[in-house]
Design a protein around this ligand. Structure first.
Ligand SMILES: [Zn+2]
Length: 92
């Protein structure tokens, strides 16, 4: 670092004065859940009084996907275990 490149504490502080995190300002949905404004409610799927997201169907879909993913992970883990045992057999 050359002295010419050095930024003084004042400049550093001024730059960092904009780095603070701001909490999201949430509105309250008619169902009572906190909701990001101008977005549909994640709890009831309503926007502006109308249901725009089928929350039940989404929950079912996500449960099904989770189950599938868990199954795949389990299968992959078993494959990995078998390969490890083979490698161990080769090394010994
Ligand atoms: Zn809601």
């Amino acid at each position: 670092m050359v002295v010419r490149m050095r930024v003084n504490r004042s400049k550093t502080g001024k730059r960092r004065s904009h780095h603070a995190l701001v909490a999201a300002s949430l509105a309250v949905c008619e169902c009572g859940a906190p909701r990001v404004s101008h977005r549909a409610c994640a709890e009831c799927g309503k926007y502006n009084g109308k249901v725009v997201i089928d929350v039940v169907a989404r929950a079912k879909r996500e449960a099904r996907r989770d189950k599938k993913k868990q199954k795949e992970l389990r299968a992959a883990g078993q494959e990995k275990d078998t390969t490890n045992s083979k490698e161990e057999a080769k090394t010994t």
